[in-house]
Structure formats: structure tokens, C-alpha cells
Design a protein around this ligand. Structure first.
Ligand SMILES: NC(=O)c1ccc[n+]([C@@H]2O[C@H](COP(=O)([O-])OP(=O)(O)OC[C@H]3O[C@@H](n4cnc5c(N)ncnc54)[C@H](OP(=O)(O)O)[C@@H]3O)[C@@H](O)[C@H]2O)c1
Length: 320
């Protein structure tokens, strides 16, 4: 089968199409003939070598979520899965391929009327958006800021915050055109990447959902209202300064909360229940997914160049 691996860490040209043996599902696993493969921000971090400390090596087969049809099952898995269309989390590898394996607890049947491209745009990121707001205990009437809102996590977070009754849903983004697209999804105020602009935006926020991290994170801690909750869900801008915690201590009397959030810490059945509900909502047209582009698997390097250039709004999807 065709697959895309990291030949050398660095830019997108380090990706290589190779022929690999079709994987054999192990006990508790299924094999899926892929129809859509999500290209996530984390894939670019792994490709650059930025996550080498977490054990990612050159030669790594990228890709963490796919949609497709189950073609084989391993020991202990109900054979009635064979032939069913599913979404699957493949871990942080194995997705950029014509055939992928996943644990049976990480697959979910797809509604007939949900395209594979929409499923891989929403499947992983939607639960991050949901549980970030849930753990932040967002209540109606509160104000929310989504930092890095133009990706698939942010796009869902904006919609869920608006639907959850937030009195304001501000976003950071890099252009007015992106801001307009985010307003159409429920954003009420558009700030630039530094959190400036949006003259009528609230001075402070009860909840910040931050996909970016990076050197400027402390500027956004300053934007929390008293009793504000900060949910760090991504680090596409890199790690924050090592002393960022002092910003919280300096604001001691505001009773702020800083939290990281990883969907890995949510029990699988809870993740799957939320995902199933979001897929149903997307199939009904109530929850919008934004597929930036659909490219053949052989064009994975182009997909990564588009991400690196900052051209992607939503998610790029590959098809085998
Ligand atoms: N917590 C979890 O469980 C979980 C699960 C999956 C992934 N993640 C993490 O989530 C992140 C990817 O999320 P995503 O796919 O939604 O995001 P994304 O599409 O990679 O990026 C979202 C937006 O952030 C803005 N941005 C990019 N680089 C920036 C920078 N240096 N400074 C400021 N803004 C920047 C860009 O929009 P503008 O150009 O409009 O500013 C970009 O479109 C990764 O860090 C990944 O590890 C977390």
C-alpha cells in the first residue's frame, strides 16, 4: 500500500511516499481502507522534529485520524464491523496510508450522510473543543476568547461557545477575511494574534481557550477576568516562557485558574459519546466543519506546505 513517512525532519520536502506492507490488525484492532485522512497541526510539529523528545523518530508514518471502511478485524473483535464505514483515531501514527489500523474502542460508526472529509475534520478536534469548554465550566452569559480560532479546534470551540450562551465570543486570527469567516460561525469580536483590535471587545474574559501557547501566552493570561479560567489545549506557537506562572502569582487576588487540557485524559466512552453527538449534529447541518482542501495522499507535502505557509483555514484532508 502507499503511505507517507518522514524521511528527514524539517520542512515538508522531507515527507516521502513509500510502499509498505498492508498492516495486519492485532488483537482488539481493526483495519480500515481509508477514504479520508485528516492533516492536523500536530502532524507538522512531528514532521519538524519538534516532538522528538516524545519519541517521534525519522521514518515515522504520520497521521492520527481517518475515515473509511473496515476491511479486517483482529482477535477478539466482532466481525460484524467488517464493511462498516467508521471514523478512527489511529494514535499519532499510521493515518497517512491506504490502509490503517486502530483499536476497536477508538472507532465510531459514521452517519451515512456525513462525508469522510467532514468526519476527520471534526472527529479529533471537536472533543477537544467540547471538553475544554466543559472543564472550564462555561456558563451562559460569560465571555470567551478563542486564541488560534482558525483551526479545526477553534472553529468548533467558537460554535459551541456561541451555542452555550456566551455573551461574547472573541477570537484571535491573522486577517480580516478570516475574522469575517469566524463571525459567520458565531464569533462576536475579532482580535489580531496579539489580542489587540476589536475596539468594542470585552476588556476581560471569563474563559480563554488557547490553541497557540508560545511566547505571547502571558499577554492572554492578563486578559482573564477575576475567577477566569485559562484552558491551554495546543502549542502550535511553541512553549510559553518558562516563568509564565509568575504572571498568575502576580495576579493572585484575581483567583485565576490555568489548566492544560488533553483529550487523552477523558475516558474513551465519554469521548465517543460526545463525538457521536457531534457527528450527528454535523450530519444535520447544525455543527459546521470547514474543509480547507482535499488533496491526494501523494500531495501530502503540498498539504504541509500550505499549513506551514499559514494558508489553511479549517483542515486539509488527504484521500488515497
Ligand atoms: N488538547 C488536545 O487534546 C489536543 C488534541 C489534538 C491536537 N491538539 C493540539 O492542537 C494544536 C492544533 O490545533 P488546530 O489543528 O486547531 O490548529 P491549527 O489549524 O494548526 O492552527 C490554528 C490557527 O492558529 C493560528 N496560528 C498558527 N500559528 C500561530 C502562531 N505562531 N501564533 C499565533 N497564531 C498562530 C493560525 O490562524 P491565524 O493565521 O488566523 O492566526 C492557525 O490557522 C496542536 O498544538 C496540537 O498538538 C491538542
Amino acid at each position: 500500500m502507499k503511505a507517507v513517512v518522514i524521511r528527514t525532519f524539517g520542512d515538508a520536502e522531507g515527507l516521502e511516499i513509500v510502499d509498505l506492507p498492508v498492516p495486519v490488525p492485532g488483537p482488539g484492532q481493526v483495519r480500515i481502507a481509508t477514504e479520508a485522512i485528516g492533516v492536523g497541526g500536530v502532524d507538522a510539529l512531528i514532521r519538524r522534529g519538534a516532538l522528538a523528545a516524545y519519541g517521534f523518530r525519522e521514518g515515522h508514518l504520520l497521521g492520527s485520524e481517518v475515515a473509511g471502511t473496515v476491511t479486517a478485524v483482529g482477535d477478539g473483535v466482532d466481525t460484524s464491523w467488517i464493511g462498516r464505514r467508521v471514523w478512527a483515531f489511529t494514535g499519532l501514527s499510521g493515518g497517512y496510508a491506504e490502509q490503517a489500523v486502530a483499536a476497536v474502542e477508538d472507532i465510531l460508526p459514521l452517519p451515512d450522510d456525513l462525508a469522510g472529509a467532514d468526519a476527520v475534520t471534526l472527529g479529533g478536534s471537536g472533543v477537544v473543543a467540547h471538553f475544554a469548554l466543559d472543564r472550564a465550566r462555561l456558563t451562559p452569559g460569560e465571555t470567551v476568547l478563542v486564541r488560534g480560532a482558525a483551526g479545526s479546534i477553534g472553529i468548533t470551540a467558537v460554535q459551541l461557545a456561541a451555542r452555550g450562551g456566551a455573551s461574547a465570543v472573541a477570537v484571535t486570527t491573522s486577517s480580516a477575511e478570516r475574522g469575517a469567516r469566524l463571525r459567520a460561525l458565531g464569533a462576536t469580536h475579532v482580535l489580531d494574534r496579539s489580542g489587540e483590535g476589536g475596539s468594542d471587545a470585552p476588556a476581560g474574559f471569563d474563559v480563554v481557550v488557547d490553541v497557540v501557547g508560545g511566547r505571547e501566552l502571558p499577554l492572554f493570561l492578563d486578559k482573564l477576568n477575576a475567577n477566569g479560567r485559562y484552558m491551554a489545549v495546543g502549542i502550535i506557537g511553541g512553549q510559553p516562557p518558562t516563568d509564565f506562572g509568575m504572571r498568575l502569582m502576580d495576579a493572585f487576588r484575581k483567583s485565576l485558574t490555568f489548566s492544560t487540557f488533553s483529550s487523552d485524559t477523558v475516558p474513551a466512552p465519554e469521548r465517543q459519546a460526545v463525538r457521536a453527538s457531534q457527528f450527528a449534529g454535523a450530519a444535520r447541518g447544525e455543527l459546521h466543519t470547514v474543509v480547507h482542501d482535499v488533496l491526494p495522499l501523494s500531495q501530502a507535502a503540498l498539504a504541509h506546505r500550505e499549513m506551514d505557509a499559514g494558508n489553511v483555514f479549517g483542515r486539509v484532508v488527504l484521500t488515497p
